[in-house]
Design a protein around this ligand. Structure first.
Ligand SMILES: [Zn+2]
Length: 395
């Protein structure tokens, strides 16, 4: 029977307002109450106390989108012409790498992610990392088994094969489509009814928008090169978001990843659908796809999450660095909103808000303690996102 009261200068429950000199009581790994220090000491007089002093306690981070499977390719994709070329290089690397060689770099990357205070990640696998316990003890994963296939005639077969593999290796994994330029409309539609939560890379590059609008450009060349071009295919003549909406695949279980190239009509469609959008700012910068209009999403009241994406398109998987980058490049962003994006919104989008993403009664006691050597008088959220702390402990 593990009982404890944790206290600090501030606690940020996220699901409710920050509390100065507050904390929470825990029993057997679940939170009993979040409150000011006086109430906790009165309500749980027999519980041992751990006071972190000059620190802010916040829920552990949730990384809504990464590909641990691609960790072996850290820093290896350079000198590409554009985003389709980046993907071409990634697939070439993958094609010549033995799946066994992916494991050790991924374990190291998962360790780095966990050490930055992350407890849960939405992790994309193309099949090699379906095994549920691959990262046990390091990280919780919501496993997205991502498939592609541009030939509509093969949609049923591809889905059946994927389901058989998923059922054999990890029945909890969600089968999801990769992106509109790599996955046929019938396959996207079949998948949207079978997985919850679901995820798709969407509106990432301008070449993707061009392809859906005109049916030509670098992605057409890319599909031709790979021998999977479907000659009778007609472009929908729409934006990626409008296309997904017309396929009836935009809904509240949907996690849209990237969302860089969107107009106001797209934002309105996303808002109406209830879908969440994952912000991968450092990956966007590295692949050169452009800058996501983060503030426009927030003005439209669309739930945003934070994702590091993979080491193939990011310098590290440190959530604090990801959040700091976002904070520095969006100077109107409310630090409290940013923390919500990287905790509660991510847990919600991954269907895990009963366990993670906030500090409140009933949830798992998983949290980060950001410390400094002086009293934290105000703005505990800004203290965290601006990296004004000197040490981080993860529990
Ligand atoms: Zn991705």
């Amino acid at each position: 029977m593990q009982k404890k009261i944790y206290l600090a200068d501030w606690i940020l429950p996220v699901s409710s307002s920050p509390i100065p000199f507050g904390g929470f009581a825990v029993e057997d790994g679940r939170i009993l109450q979040v409150a000011g220090a006086d109430s906790l000491l009165k309500n749980f007089p027999s519980f041992p106390i751990k006071n972190f002093g000059h620190a802010v306690i916040a829920p552990s981070w949730v990384n809504a989108h990464c590909h641990l499977e691609l960790s072996a390719f850290a820093g290896m994709i350079t000198g590409f012409d554009d985003f389709p070329d980046w993907i071409r290089q990634l697939l070439a690397l993958r094609g010549k790498t033995n799946p066994e060689a992916l494991i050790e770099p991924a374990l190291k990357a998962a360790g780095e992610l966990a050490a930055s205070g992350c407890v849960l990640t939405g992790d994309i696998t193309n099949g090699d990392f379906l095994t549920p316990d691959l990262f046990s003890g390091l990280l919780e994963r919501v496993v997205f088994y991502e498939i592609l296939g541009f030939d509509p005639a093969r949609a049923g077969t591809i889905l059946k094969e994927a389901q058989a593999r998923r059922d054999a290796e990890n029945p909890m994994a969600q089968i999801v489509p990769h992106a509109p330029y790599s996955t046929s409309a019938p396959l996207i539609q079949k998948l949207s009814g079978t997985s919850s939560p679901t995820s798709i890379h969407l509106a990432e590059s301008k070449q993707e928008s061009e392809f859906l609008l005109t049916g030509s450009g670098r992605f057409k060349e890319f599909l031709q090169e790979r021998g999977v071009w479907n000659e009778p295919w007609q472009p929908p003549g729409q934006s990626p978001v409008a296309y997904l909406s017309d396929l009836d695949c935009l809904g509240k279980d949907q996690l849209l990843v990237h969302g860089v190239h969107v107009a106001q009509q797209d934002l309105t469609l996303i808002k109406e659908s209830g879908a969440s959008v994952c912000v991968c700012v450092r990956s966007n910068a590295q692949t050169g796809v452009g800058k996501m209009p983060v503030m426009k999403y927030l003005v439209n009241d669309i739930p945003l999450c934070v994702g590091t994406d993979s080491l193939a398109s990011n310098v590290d998987l440190d959530m604090n660095n990801e959040i700091y980058y976002l904070y520095n490049r969006n100077n109107q962003i409310d630090p409290a909103e940013l923390i919500r994006m990287a905790t509660l919104n991510g847990a919600d989008a991954l269907g895990q808000s009963e366990n993670y993403g906030a500090l409140k009664a009933g949830l798992k006691s998983r949290f980060n303690v950001f410390s400094v050597n002086h009293k934290i008088e105000k703005e505990p959220e800004r203290f965290i996102v601006s990296k004004s702390w000197s040490s981080l402990k993860c529990f």
